[in-house]
Design a protein around this ligand. Sequence first.
Ligand code: SF4
Length: 723
Amino acid sequence: MAEPAATGGVATHCPYCALQCGMTLRSRADGGVEVAPRDFPTNRGGLCQKGWTAAELLDHPGRLTTPLVRDSKGGPLRPAGWDEALARIVDGIGALRAARGPDSVAVFGGGGLTNEKAYALGKFARAVLGTRYIDYNGRFCMSSAAAAGIRAFGVDRGLPFPLADLAEADVLLLAGANPAETMPPLVRYLTSQRERGGQLIVVDPRSTPTARHASLHLAAMPGTDLALANALLHVAIVEGLVDRGYVDARTTGFDRVARVATGYWPERVERLTGVSAADLRTAARALAGARRAVIVTARGAEQHSKGTDTVSAWINLALALGLPGRPGSGFGCLTGQGNGQGGREHGQKADQLPGYRRIDDPRARAHVAAVWGVDPADLPAAGVSAVELLDRLGTPHGPGALLVFGANPVVSAPRARRVERRLAALDLLVVADFVRSETAELADVVLPTAQWAEEDGTMTNLEGRVLRRRAVRRPPPGVRTDLAILADLAARLAPGSPAAGSVPAGGGALAGGAPGRAEAPGPVTVPGTPAEAFAELRRASAGGPADYAGIDWERIDASDGVFWPCPRPDHPGTPRLFTERFATPDGRARFVPVEHRPPAEPPDEAYPFLLTTGRVLAQYQSGAQTRRVAALNRAAPGAFVEVHPDPAALLSIVDGDPVRVVTRRGVIEVPARVVDTIRPDTLFVPFHWPGAARANSATTDALDPTSGMPEFKACGARLERAA
Ligand code: SF4
């Protein structure tokens, strides 16, 4: 069904998660905006509470409508005009670049930015500022799955098949995924699957609302998914359930993985995971015996210091069973943020250029440099992952300025108190947002931005489906779009412009170049409108893994979005990847041998629990938006810690008691929620709140060495009654 013309409304998509539910917006007589669900393949007419209330922020009394500047560190933010605010940024950046080169400035983006904004931000950082320091908050949620997908399949698209395939699977295994709370309309697919007689297997340390739908719940200890997946592979091999024809024809590297799997016999893995050997065998046999089977991971499996290897273990199992590329079967992951998929394809990531190209690939650099009109040699090298970037801020050899678009790292980043200290040490912190988020409260300059319903653009959902986001009204006076801000800053800062000073992109002391090089290329512009940005993005992505060259707004309007890759206007798009070959040089998927290892900080005598963090239905990400929506705040007013009744009794804690969750980095003060739906060795705290309840003030910043993913899901903790 085509996206309906806006009969009495504007057809668009929810501003929050990657399901990108279809909705219709209508302007009311009182100036407000009304939301109605729309029949779209991902949501089939459903919306969750966040979607229903999404328009409330448009007229929120706390919304920013004028820039704010701080005259001195520690002083208050005061209203300012746009010229003053932008001049302050240009002067601050100019002084830093002149003294210390382009890498003295860093950029931090977000997985909620449209494709056009993600593209413009990457271009602004690399071609205008010339800094290698750009990364985004998607590093905190998608990077492990992305890295594992690329090393196995040669490309990363969250779900390489349409979401509807989930309903067709005879057996569906969800590892660390809780869509009943994070993406409620998706549950329709799980219900359809069950009504068809399908089995749902859920791997999760908690009996979540999703796990309660399951025919088999494997309540593995946090951080042991890798061992569990290897055990299922062990069973498949021992019992002769491997699809040898598929393995021989379509993959490489099985023998090495099979050798590793020999060490993961179910009785040993039972001791590691807490899941019975019988259940491990049942799960393996169910998956291997299914005509159509799908394995899907999400943050529970991925947010670990071995997140990439854990996803690889699940991919190994899927490949051994011959699932990827087979209709109705496959492996995928559930992307979380609204544009978590598109946001990682167009250049916000430290190691990537638009079209999901690698920044260290000379051909990719040449292609993108030609589109941007710059010398490939002037494009900076790969930067560092988000946590590493944040950790370098304000240090003698790190960036002295940070520009934040669409992110709130003070709440969402791990080891958040240290992030606060780093931000406070900066010469210049700029935050573009539409509310005074916790990060904006620390800024030297805050720029008020338009919201989702006030500007056009495209998003790419969890299936790789490129969608249209449409404006229903103009931004309020005093507010600008992110694109307009970037275009204006680029005009003031671009190499060759008078305000840019004499430091060229790609050079400078911190980049290893020569500060103050006399010659500079001509001014580089950043597209200031969504149409211009999308047209340029199509050219920049052409020929890359995520090829958007054949997609235009009219095609998206004429169908339910277009799946990438879509290299030509006459190309139908690609709803299902890997049917014939994988995106590797030889067309075969790659098995990757992976071994279990404990979390970076396992429980011990002093910190006997495993602390794991996560989400609740009525809040989204750092909560900067949803905590300001009255209905959502009533539904989920604050953080809590889930604890099993047995340890609670030992500690004389009853439901509702104020308690302290203590780790080596900090303390979370929250009420206890005593529930029998969690393992006795595990504590769960949602991460959406700031202040004393800020979960990420206590999490470890141990990183996955491949992806840079922080370990949000497992660290040693103890529980105390509050004084
Ligand atoms: Fe919005 Fe996600 Fe809820 Fe759908 S499931 S309404 S996209 S938050």
